[in-house]
Write a protein of this length. Structure first.
Length: 147
């Protein structure tokens, strides 16, 4: 094989078939409730911060439906009014993060024990450590509190 398409793919020298790396689309969402954000700490991560919720889009699922499903699965609450914010490539391991805001509708926290260690509602005055501004999660959080 050899690089082709400006280094974005590998092509077979014998049959010229081009193969592009797999790209896995993910959603990441800042759930809002008035002037608060739902932030969570991931189970088993060494990082000592709270972040927005994220997950993979399943085959045949829209990004908006993935937001609603992931929030329900990870923390047990219902959301609506899903709105696009921005995207960020995450080249290793080949993800494309699609960032959204969504509004809290109802429900109490029921944490997915294998994914979420802790979750809570945080305002500007009680914000825990959060991801850096270079990450889309950090951008979602900072944009919300800068409005």
């Amino acid at each position: 094989t050899r690089l082709t398409d400006g280094g974005k793919a590998m092509a077979c020298s014998a049959c010229t078939l081009s193969c592009y790396p797999r790209l896995s689309p993910c959603v990441i969402v800042a759930v809002t409730r008035g002037e608060q954000l739902l932030l969570a700490s991931a189970h088993g991560r060494r990082a000592n911060f709270y972040s927005t919720l994220a997950g993979f889009i399943e085959p045949g699922e829209s990004a908006e439906a993935a937001v609603i499903r992931e929030v329900r699965e990870e923390v047990g609450v219902h959301v609506n009014n899903v709105r696009y914010f921005a995207s960020q490539p995450w080249p290793f391991p080949g993800q494309l993060m699609l960032g959204f805001y969504a509004d809290y509708v109802s429900g109490d926290f029921v944490l997915a024990p294998d994914e979420i260690e802790d979750a809570g509602w945080f305002g500007r005055d009680n914000l825990p450590p959060v991801p850096p501004a270079a990450s889309i999660s950090g951008q979602l959080i900072r944009t919300f509190f800068d409005h």
